[in-house]
Design a protein around this ligand. Structure first.
Ligand SMILES: [Zn+2]
Length: 109
């Protein structure tokens, strides 16, 4: 067990920071063991990188859907409609990847 700084993000996720202190057991060997304990937790006013990325992609999907809906409402069907849909499908796949990564991360904590 060794002590590390921990950053807690706005979204509730956390990230381990710098190593701060050895525990008694590891002190003599000068090595760090796998178990991490919180030395000091600091709150970060932003969301974690994963949530930020998720939000950016989510917003891209929303605006692409808006564009397509506007074209449909105006009765125009430009070639780019297909391109927008292809992008939307791709982005939705990326969102799913992030969700899976997030769940895997939660299980390992
Ligand atoms: Zn997060």
């Amino acid at each position: 067990m060794c002590f590390y700084e921990q950053q807690i993000f706005n979204c509730g996720d956390h990230k381990w920071g710098r190593f701060r202190a050895h525990c008694n057991k590891e002190y003599r060997t000068g090595e760090t063991c796998g178990m991490k304990l919180i030395f000091e937790a600091s709150h970060v006013a932003t969301k974690c990188p994963m949530c930020k990325k998720y939000e950016v992609i989510w917003r891209k999907i929303a605006s692409a859907k808006e564009r397509v809906a506007r074209w449909q409402a105006e009765g125009i069907n430009p070639v780019s409609t297909d391109k927008e849909w292809a992008s939307i499908v791709q982005w939705q796949r990326e969102l799913k990847d992030i969700e899976v990564a997030r769940q895997t991360k939660m299980r390992t904590i």
